[in-house]
Structures are given as C-alpha cells and as structure tokens.
Design a protein around this ligand. Sequence first.
Ligand SMILES: NC(=O)c1ccc[n+]([C@@H]2O[C@H](COP(=O)([O-])OP(=O)(O)OC[C@H]3O[C@@H](n4cnc5c(N)ncnc54)[C@H](O)[C@@H]3O)[C@@H](O)[C@H]2O)c1
Length: 390
Amino acid sequence: MIRLGVIGLGLRVGHFIRETMNSVDPDFRVVGVVDPGEAKSREKMRDCDQDAVFYNSIDEMVRLSKPDALLVGTRCNLHTPMALEIEKYHLPVFLEKPVAITMNQALELENAYRNSSTPVLVSFPLRMTPLHRRAVEMIRNGAVGDVLHITGLNYVPYGTVYYEYGYRNYDITGGLFLQKATHDFDYIMDLAGSPITAIQANWIRGRVFGGDKPEDLTCANCPEAGRCPESPENRKRDDAGGVLNDHLCVFSKACGNVEENSINEEASNSIFEFANGAIGTYAQLVFVRREGVRGASVSGPKGKVSFDWYRNELNYVEHHQPFSTTVKPGAGLDHFGGDVELARNFFDMIRNGGKPQSTIQDGLRSVFTCLAAREAAQTGKKVIVRQVEW
Ligand SMILES: NC(=O)c1ccc[n+]([C@@H]2O[C@H](COP(=O)([O-])OP(=O)(O)OC[C@H]3O[C@@H](n4cnc5c(N)ncnc54)[C@H](O)[C@@H]3O)[C@@H](O)[C@H]2O)c1
C-alpha cells in the first residue's frame, strides 16, 4: 500500500486524492498532512484516510509518517517554497501549478532541481488529455507538415471565480497568465514541439469586475442585490453560472485595481514566436458565460489539426487530399480526462520509478512564458522569454 504525505490539502488536491487517485486505484493512504486548516482538510478526505496525522512541519511529517510520495496543494505563492523544502527527500512529488509566481521563485526552483534526483509531476492535466495527446501524435507523424501557426482559445464560462474566491488576491496568484494561461501555454508549446521565445500581449482590466464595494461585502448584505446581475437569484434566473448561493462581491475593492497592477485581467491576447520558426496567438476571456471554448488549431502546409475540449472533438483537414475527419473521445471526465492520466502517471512514478509526463522543466518553461506575457501586456513591448537552463 502506498503512503502519501500532503502539504496543503485544500479543494484541488483534496478532490484529486479523494476522487481521481481513488478512482484509479484506492490502494493508498494519506498518512501525514501539513495544513493549518485541519478541520477543513479532514472534510475533504476519504473515511479511510482519517487516521492521518496532522503535523506542524514538513520535516516532522516525513520523519514520522514515512510517506512514499508527497503532494503539494497549497495556494500558488507557496508552491516554490514548498518544492524547495522537499527536494532533499528525493520522494516522487505531485506539484500544483503554477510552479512559481515570480522570476526569483522560478530561478530558485530551476537551480534547486537542475541536478536533482527528485522526480516531480507538475499538475498540468490538459497536456495529458486524450484529445491533446492525439493531436500531438498526429502532428509528430506529419499530419500538418512543419508546424507554422497555432491559435489557442480559452473562453472561460466560470470566470467569476477569479473575483469571488481567494483567486482574486493578486499577491497570491500574480494574475491570470500565471493562474490560468500557464496550462494553455504549456500545451501549446507541447503541440508546437518547441518553446515560445518572444511574446507580445495586451489585456483589459477593471472593465467588467472589480470596483469600490467594501472588501467583505456579500450579496446577503448588499442593498443592490435585487438588481445586480451577479446576485445568486439573478444568476439563477439568467442561467449565468458562478456561485449560486451567497458570495463575495465581484465589484469589490478586494479584487484589486488597475492603477496598482493588482487586478486579474478580464481578457488578454498573446502573440507568440516559437524557437522552430512557427508563430501563434492565444486569447483568454473570463467574463463569458455558459458556452466555453478551450482548444487550439495547429496549421502547416499539409493540413490543420483542431480540437476543443468543450465540444470534445478533434478535426483534421487535409489540405491536398479531399478529406476531413472528426474524432471524439469518451466524455465526462475531470479536466477532460487529464486528471485521471495525471493520477496514473503519479502511481507509475511511485510504484515503478516511471518518468513524469509533465515535468518541472515544463512547469518552469510555462512560468517564464507567463511572466513574459504579463510584462508584455504591462509595457506594450515585445518581451524575450527566458529559456529553461537545464
Ligand atoms: N491543476 C489544476 O487544474 C488546478 C485546479 C484548481 C486549482 N489548482 C491550484 O491548486 C492550488 C490550490 O487551490 P485550492 O483551490 O485547492 O485552494 P485551497 O485554499 O482550497 O487549498 C489550499 C490549502 O493550503 C493550505 N495552506 C495554507 N497555507 C499553508 C501552509 N503554510 N502550509 C501548508 N498548507 C497551507 C490551506 O489551509 C488550504 O487547505 C492553487 O495554486 C490553484 O492554482 C490547480
């Protein structure tokens, strides 16, 4: 039986362990946890994991619980500090994304892991999904010829979470390139088979969400709830999604502001140059409702491969043959089937010493690209992306 130690057992890693890992093979136990919110963490744990001991320090947990592997599920700003602390144990690690939120963190992480024997699986489910894997396989087998152009789209139909949950705290997330686009930049570079070397970007902020409502205002205490489109009753009436019970105000000062560069962007466009000579674009919008779009089109002289996770299909157009094909994988899986593949990969690393399919280099490459995109949007200038030095 596998013994797991968890650092930061919140919503994401709680769900990943309880539902996803459990669905792949329940023959494991959480034996030790470091999390200051023990009661809330316990609510997210399986009955069979309730014997786990909560510790005040990682060192104590590793010495006394003797885990076979570690998971880091703290909020974004703590991923690097935790990863630095646990490198010395050389245990397989599941590390949440983004792996860092500042250039200093990313450089420290790169230094610490460059010659490390600690295997790290970065939590990038999209690159593990069957749709993405099929697209990569087709592209590597020459379906489009040389990759010349990639368009990525992400219309997020649940984007109010970035203004009504802790994700609105910019100091913790560093904005939505790092919080959200980190997944997309990663899978886009995987499709290209090449890193992004230069980036231009623009964005809009403070046009839909944010404002001057009190920091702790919720709809239940708001005199405007009756006419506010974001109140639970109006969201229900309009089928607009988001939290459907009392929630923090998305027009609050706590969402940050444009002047201090402390508010999540509502929409952004990025323009890429890849090392292999391809070019590409990515658009991310978080104020759209109901009908999400997430996926990419990859074009070359011979054809175009496109897929969309919401439509759950992949389309291939052959430029010089009269054929177009559409394939559909099975439906209904978390993160479009990517989470279950992450869990399988993590079990393989623990049991068989298997290699991570979403590596710390991938995590860092994505962070460097996100930091460059944010700088490009802030300055209006083209930014050269620092490359991973491994
Ligand atoms: N890979 C994905 O697809 C995906 C999806 C959702 C969230 N996430 C990421 O997962 C991370 C966690 O998000 P969440 O929604 O679960 O947040 P959360 O707040 O529910 O969980 C974070 C946990 O960390 C704990 N914590 C805080 N300080 C700590 C410390 N010093 N030491 C140990 N534990 C500490 C908190 O008590 C909490 O239980 C975020 O970085 C988010 O970006 C990733």
